[in-house]
Design a protein around this ligand. Structure first.
Ligand SMILES: [Zn+2]
Length: 91
């Protein structure tokens, strides 16, 4: 796999996640539901309390994305990356 492809996969995957807050189990209590605002990855809806946990979440996601791309033939990996980058840019 080309190093540019690996770099693009890592950039796309790292940019996909966001350490923020989100409503766990919406709607929120303010809207009459039972959901509460929690810290974590607001894209994956994963509760994370510390930056260290977020870095671990990012690392696992990047490693998984690179491993998935490495299993595919070069042309397929490039096509998958283009699809993934365009899909993520929509979100
Ligand atoms: Zn995430």
């Amino acid at each position: 796999m080309l190093s540019e492809t690996i770099t693009a996969i890592i950039r796309a995957e790292m940019g996909r996640h966001k350490f923020d807050t989100y409503v766990d189990d919406p709607p929120s209590t303010a809207q009459g539901g039972r959901g509460v605002v929690v810290p974590g990855c607001s894209i994956c809806k994963v509760r994370l309390s510390t930056v260290g946990q977020f870095v671990d979440h990012l690392t696992k996601s990047v490693v998984r994305a690179v491993q998935e791309a490495a299993r595919e033939p070069e042309e397929t990996a490039g096509a998958a990356l283009c699809s993934k980058v365009s899909k993520d840019s929509v979100n």
